[in-house]
Design a protein around this ligand. Structure first.
Ligand SMILES: C[S@@+](CC[C@H](N)C(=O)[O-])C[C@H]1O[C@@H](n2cnc3c(N)ncnc32)[C@H](O)[C@@H]1O
Length: 263
């Protein structure tokens, strides 16, 4: 269905009707979330890492997981990506995303899908965007494992909220059972569990420190190639060497085109 582009009061009314918005976008001169608690978000975030991404995405496919109103999906389409699929589990945001894309005249597909269903997608993408979702998940490592196994072909653009130490120190390959000092070192990889709320949001579950963020990415088969902003990593997908025990995780759904798992 081709949506007619709205203007003036009709446009403003529709933007308000589709709210509340998390992404502050400018549509036909109107801003969708002018009072955003993080400022002009995610434009300010994007400005800090936009040059880390290829300026020309011609011929590339992009999967935007937790796309919200599609700010990053639209930016990738504007860079020439041939296929952009945005997924989110909230209709509120998907309706905003479809509206914003139609108003911009950009061809982006949006689907209601949970990150746990990635195995059923049956498709791999040159760039997977996984921004601002990890800390909303009760099972963050499983999400990274699913992305690696099922949908990531080459690059991962990743962002997580981080708290705690930003220091990195050498982590030994092994420690003696009696050796516990490193667990009190703030630079040791650690993730804080939020049982109640953080920032008034009961969907914030896990907040890693920097060392933990980078260790989780490496451990899931994503080698950081650029770190343009303290929360943002551009990673390359690499194969994970299997241990003698075999695969390390249980994958709940397997699509027809997922990467094969060694047995
Ligand atoms: C903080 S917003 C980040 C939006 C956008 N990626 C960004 O960086 O600006 C988190 C988004 O992830 C979506 N989300 C949270 N858990 C999800 C899940 N399990 N599967 C799919 N989307 C999820 C939310 O609906 C929301 O749109």
């Amino acid at each position: 269905m081709v949506e007619t582009k709205l203007q003036g009061e009709a446009l403003q009314t529709q933007i308000e009707r589709l709210g509340p918005w998390f992404h502050n976008m400018t549509i036909g001169g109107y801003r969708t979330a002018p009072q955003h608690f993080l400022g002009d978000y995610p434009q300010v975030k994007f400005d800090s890492f936009r040059d880390a991404l290829p300026a020309d995405m011609t011929g590339k496919s992009v999967l935007d997981i937790g796309c919200n109103a599609g700010f990053y999906s639209l930016e990738m389409k504007r860079r020439g990506a041939s296929r952009v699929l945005g997924i989110d589990m909230e209709d509120l945001y998907l309706n905003q995303a479809r509206f914003a894309a139609a108003q911009a005249g950009l061809d982006v597909e949006y689907r209601k899908m949970n990150v746990w269903e990635l195995g059923a997608l049956g498709e791999q993408f040159d760039l997977v965007i996984f921004m601002g979702v990890l800390y909303h998940l009760r099972h963050p490592l499983l999400a990274l494992d699913l992305i690696h196994q099922h949908v990531a072909k080459d690059m991962l653009l990743f962002q997580t909220m981080q708290r705690g130490s930003r220091d990195l120190s050498d982590v030994a390959d092994d420690y003696d059972f009696q050796d516990t000092a490193h667990f009190s070192d703030p630079s040791y990889p650690a993730m804080y569990f939020i049982e109640k709320n953080y920032s008034g949001d009961n969907t914030n579950w896990w907040v890693p420190n920097r060392a933990c963020t980078e260790a989780m990415l490496r451990s899931s088969g994503f080698a950081p190639r650029a770190h343009p902003e303290h929360e943002v990593y551009l990673c390359r997908r690499i194969e994970i060497p299997l241990t003698h025990e075999g695969p390390r995780a249980v994958y709940p759904a397997t699509g027809p085109h997922s990467h094969p798992v060694a047995r």
